[in-house]
Write a protein that binds this ligand. Sequence first.
Ligand code: ATP
Ligand code: MG
Length: 327
Amino acid sequence: MTSTSLAPNRLGPTITIGEILVEIMAVHRGDGFMEPIELTGPYPSGAPAIFIDQCAKIGGSAGIIASVGNDDFGRINVERLRADGADVSAVSVSADYPTGSAFVRYREDGSRDFVYNIAKSSAAQLSLTGEAKALIARAGHLHVMGTAFSIPGAWDIMDHAIGVIKNRGGSVSFDPNLRKELLGQGDMLARFARLVEIADLILPSGDELFVAARVDGEAAAIQALFSHSATEIALKRGERGSTFYGSDSTRLDCPAFKVEEIDPTGAGDCFGGAYVACRRLDMPADKALEYANAAGARNVTAKGPMEGAGSRRQLDDFIANTPRAAL
Ligand code: ATP
Ligand code: MG
């Protein structure tokens, strides 16, 4: 399967909606923040921001609807996104709330302790502004991040964007990266199910596949997802690479690149940003998957959630010079 049902890049930018954050990381592994420790940051972050940064950096047309505070944590993000080529015209600046933040410390076993300020930060202050409407009106593709489901204002924007973008021949992708416990709250499950139904492309990782499909077993889950609108699924397997499934029964496995993992945060978002951009630029699935794998792998080699996002040239160099793991 070389052709894609995703709308071409020339129809308009890939847009996403959701949180922009800074991440401040403990330099050393250990438990929590109960004593003074060495920290590094702020690093630009937020799953939708990482996605859109990689999407723009590899050459896709890209924009984001988000909100930052009137502070340096906001400016560091907006400047990075702008420098990497993303349209930031629909990033509003809140006069009342600071930019969202996440303090993170890795434990020895690789799990993480967090201190978040998202719900009471500018990240949660999303509304359908004039600038957001204008960006949506010229967009060609909407990428929905499960993480944005916890932002109340994001839902109205998503609904509006899905209507407008589908109406002008655009497409939708869905990364179901939502904590399972959240699915029980309010009409979250119905929203989640609706996105699974309308998305042209779904990009699950690990158990998210079974949560999205509501069946166990990879083959059964893939089949269940194809019973709706999806025409392609890009399954992320961490250090085991990724798999493309097409609704015409194509399956393509792409081995992972062998890298030293410094910071795993953001791999899935970079994978998604590169994959969507490449497919919309009309690359065949195997090529798009290779760039996506490279984008995810390169990103884990750098400290900071989006520090390892790569340009097309950087990813070409990475692909040429990095060994691959066995499938
Ligand atoms: P995140 O961990 O950021 O939530 P995710 O779970 O959605 O991301 P992953 O499967 O972890 O997604 O990573 C996406 C892709 O990045 C993988 O399919 C793989 O190609 C690449 N990748 C991630 N981690 C590694 C690694 N340690 N070594 C090589 N490649 C990796
Ligand atoms: Mg992962």
